[in-house]
Design a protein around this ligand. Structure first.
Ligand SMILES: Nc1ncnc2c1ncn2[C@@H]1O[C@H](COP(=O)(O)OP(=O)(O)O)[C@@H](O)[C@H]1O
Ligand SMILES: O=C(CO)[C@@H](O)[C@H](O)COP(=O)(O)O
Length: 549
């Protein structure tokens, strides 16, 4: 019999990616479906629709169904993947977004017909055709109401790991419950995007995974169970039923793939489905050890630090997130998340460098650290950190606002956007680290922009950390493959049921194949240390300006 394979998926903001690995984590197949370019008839812009309500950002569920159909056709036709060798599947998805199944959808999911694709059968199976995404910021009112109901933002953070955020699922559900009750009532089950994809494999609505559940403002961050009072506040008594069973850990065996996968694509009928997690927790699974910072430069920018289990309660702040760890019970992940990451850099590249990353990079290379004393901030979308700021702002390093939105600016635009994005992380990094971590040893960079060595140089110098990358920038899909392998290993190997993820990695002899790319340069890092207070002063001014708008 040929050795087993493990399938990991990542349904991220702009694309659906798949990786197939073997037991030693060798990457055998990789494929992706880019929503805008592969499925242009849905009219997504960077994977999203921007709606009529202020801050409304969604994606039609049918885009993801079609991406699944096309992806598996491609894996079969282009790569001739033998799915009979795939013994477990898991994966990840952009966090926080939610999918609303109606009764018909749940019913059809349980009896998929092998002669038809997912779109043909499941279109019309959702009470909300447009799923709210992590970029949505339309639920500020619901957020403040939720915080008020539990005695303030810090209380909610202590309880769920985060204060109320617009993109988190609680406020999204509350908006539906408060303003669109008939749609809410037509909703039989609510999935996260991650558990929605797991449901497609399972042929029934899958439970929500614990790390992704901690991005909802609905789960008790200490116990890992649903907070019943919060459920009721957001969606009445009936929300408990719609959300389903308690969150489950990464690597849980949820059952085997639905018959449809066996009959249509030749999946092994024993192929295990393990819970899908969020893309950021999945990157932690594939890349991180405590003491590492992970910088994910995907559509969003996130900074993640894995925190080992501790008897002390996790450090929950109103400016950062605390997530449950997907594979270490009692462990956590501290996270910063920025909305204006890749899309803001891309717009600078298109506006000033003719759409060329080479020219974007060249402008950084031909200027020096600190950009001749200028700082320029880009927030084309309402930002998460600092909360609610929007616009473009340029400053002299002395903290003097040289122009407001738009206006003339001489030094390098590309250096400016990368420096201010990274200085924001530098100014917050120490505040999210618990004492148990002490200090960080290295920064592992992943996501699309980790392919850009010029940006990696800035990361090393600004954060003053050695920079590492993995063999592929698609760390979330590899994390999915590893979660699949973990579920299979525990379920099928004698005596492994209660073993840990690390024990599995040790047994199969897998090491994280990380490559050191750069060390920070002392002189350059000192320049950024010196700029930091000025950066913070400028950021405070922007917050004031935006408040008074
Ligand atoms: N050389 C580069 N420099 C900077 N960014 C890049 C480069 N190459 C690709 N990217 C960015 O990577 C992004 C995709 O990253 P990815 O991690 O796949 O996103 P997501 O997972 O959120 O869909 C693209 O939108 C693109 O702008
Ligand atoms: O909202 C968050 C994390 O809180 C985002 O990081 C999403 O999870 C989207 O991920 P990418 O598609 O940008 O990787």
């Amino acid at each position: 019999m040929l050795p087993p394979l493990f399938l990991g998926l990542d349904l991220s903001t702009q694309q659906l990616k798949a990786s197939i690995i073997d037991e030693a984590e060798n990457l055998l197949y990789e494929e992706y479906i880019h929503f805008d370019s592969d499925l242009p008839h849905h009219g997504t812009q960077n994977g999203a629709h921007y709606g009529d309500r202020e801050g409304e950002v969604t994606c039609p569920v049918v885009v993801w169904l079609e991406a699944m159909d096309v992806l598996f056709d491609r894996l079969t036709e282009k790569h001739s993947v033998d799915f009979g060798r795939v013994l477990a599947v898991s994966g990840a998805a952009q966090q926080h977004g939610s999918v609303y199944w109606n009764a018909k959808g749940v019913e059809v999911l349980g009896k998929l017909d092998k002669s038809k694709g997912l779109v043909d059968q499941l279109e019309g199976g959702f009470s909300l055709e447009q799923a709210p995404l992590w970029m949505d910021s339309s639920t500020t009112k619901e957020c403040r109401e939720l915080e008020e109901a539990v005695g303030g933002a810090q209380n909610l953070a202590d309880r769920t790991g985060s204060r109320a955020y617009e993109r988190f699922t609680a406020s999204q559900i509350k908006r539906l419950y408060d303003y669109d009750r008939s749609t809410y009532d037509k909703t039989s089950r609510i999935s996260l995007i991650s558990s929605f994809v797991a449901s497609l494999f399972l042929g029934k609505v899958a439970p929500i995974e614990i790390a992704d559940a901690s991005g909802m403002n609905l789960m008790d961050i200490i116990s890992g169970n649903w907070d019943l009072e919060l459920l009721k506040l957001c969606g009445g008594d009936e929300l408990k039923e719609k959300i389903g069973e308690q969150p489950v850990g990464g690597g849980t065996n949820l059952g085997t793939v639905a018959k449809w996968w066996v009959e249509r694509y030749g999946f092994n009928e024993d192929c295990i489905v393990a819970p899908f997690t969020g893309d950021n927790p999945s990157s932690i699974v594939s890349l991180s050890s405590p003491g590492d910072a992970i910088l994910s430069l995907g559509t969003s920018t996130t900074l993640l630090v894995s925190i080992p289990p501790s008897p002390d309660p996790p450090l929950c702040t109103t400016n950062s997130h605390m997530l449950a760890h997907p594979t270490a019970p009692g462990g956590h992940i501290a996270m910063l998340c920025y909305k204006n990451g890749d899309l803001a850099r891309k717009s600078v590249k298109d506006q000033h460098y003719g759409g060329s990353w080479e020219q974007f990079d060249q402008s950084i290379k031909s200027t020096s650290s600190g950009n001749d004393g200028y700082l320029r901030f880009y927030f084309p979308m309402k930002e998460i950190i600092p909360d609610g700021v929007i616009g473009e702002f340029g400053f002299k390093a002395a903290g003097k606002l040289v122009e407001g939105e738009g206006g003339e600016f001489k030094p390098s635009y590309s250096r400016a956007i990368c420096e201010t994005q990274l200085l924001s992380i530098k100014s917050r990094l120490h505040r999210i680290l618990p004492h148990s971590i002490g200090h960080l040893h290295r920064c592992i960079v992943t996501g699309g922009a980790s392919a850009n060595e010029t940006i990696l140089h800035l990361v090393a110098d600004v954060l003053d950390l050695p920079v590492y990358v993995a063999a592929t920038s698609a760390s979330a899909t590899i994390g999915g493959g590893l979660l699949a392998q973990f579920a299979w290993w525990k379920a099928t190997k004698e005596g492994k049921k209660d073993k840990t993820f690390e024990e599995m990695r040790e047994e199969v002899g897998a090491t994280k194949s990380l490559k050191k790319v750069l060390d920070p340069r002392k002189h350059e890092s000192e320049i950024y240390d010196a700029i930091l207070p000025v950066y913070e002063e400028c950021e405070d001014k922007i917050i004031e300006i935006c408040k008074s708008k």
